[in-house]
Design a protein around this ligand. Structure first.
Ligand code: DX5
Ligand code: ZN
Length: 213
């Protein structure tokens, strides 16, 4: 079963609790929370205090995507904020194995993120210990960008690796996902689809999620 994770980045920031309730009612499986530090990516969003405040307003699984330097500094506060999935970029993590264990020790599912230009070989040895890989299909930092098509080959190659080694690691795809390209992304091997503008950018969120399904 494919899971749909609308990204809050494209929601109306003046009414986040209502926006969350809206996608929950519309049939979303998770909510994707993009945390940016203005350094690793040229943009800023929100952090643990806002996520914590939103936790009481929805039952949706909180899937946080760290686009920050020093991701290890955010684990404790995000665990306290009710995050259930937490991913960080391999490009900023020379000690990725340690960070994965820090996340798992909090009882949170651990994911590792690859920028479009980062080969999957960089995380191959980590596959047995992580819960999911997040393949970026746009350069991180902004919603509403165009899907980078060469990332489809990375998704297929990763799916192949997971199958060959009998692993349970899931594949999440983030960036430029829409109802036109969703079929080939799923065919390549995605399990979880992040969709910002394709869901929150639409007036009728149920129709938008149904279209993706
Ligand atoms: C980009 C973020 C994405 C973004 C996706 O840096 O990681 O999660 O919100 O937005 P769309 O679906 O509009 O590309
Ligand atoms: Zn994201």
């Amino acid at each position: 079963m494919i899971k749909i994770a609308p990204s809050l980045l494209s929601a109306d920031f003046s009414k986040l609790a209502e926006e969350l309730k809206d996608i929950e009612k519309a049939g979303a499986d998770l909510v994707h929370l993009d945390i940016m530090d203005g350094h690793f990516v040229p943009n800023l969003t929100f952090g643990a205090p806002i996520i914590k405040a939103l936790r009481a307003h929805t039952q949706l699984v909180f899937d946080a995507h760290l686009m920050v330097y020093n991701p290890e500094n955010y684990i404790d506060v995000l665990a306290e904020s009710g995050v259930e999935m937490l991913s960080f970029h391999v490009e900023v993590a020379p000690h990725a194995d340690r960070i994965i264990h820090m996340i798992k020790d909090k009882g949170i599912k651990a994911g590792i993120v690859l920028n479009p230009g980062t080969p999957i070989q960089h995380i191959e040895c980590l596959l047995p210990i992580i819960d999911y890989v997040l393949i970026m299909s746009v350069n991180p930092g902004f919603g509403g960008q165009k899907f980078i098509t060469y990332t489809l080959d990375k998704i297929s190659a990763l799916r192949q690796l997971i199958m060959e080694n009998n692993l349970s690691c899931l594949i999440e795809v983030d960036g430029g996902v829409n109802s036109q390209n969703v079929k080939e992304i799923i065919k390549a091997g995605a399990d979880i689809l992040v969709a910002g503008s394709a869901v929150f950018g639409q007036k009728d969120r149920k129709a938008a999620i149904d279209a993706l399904r």
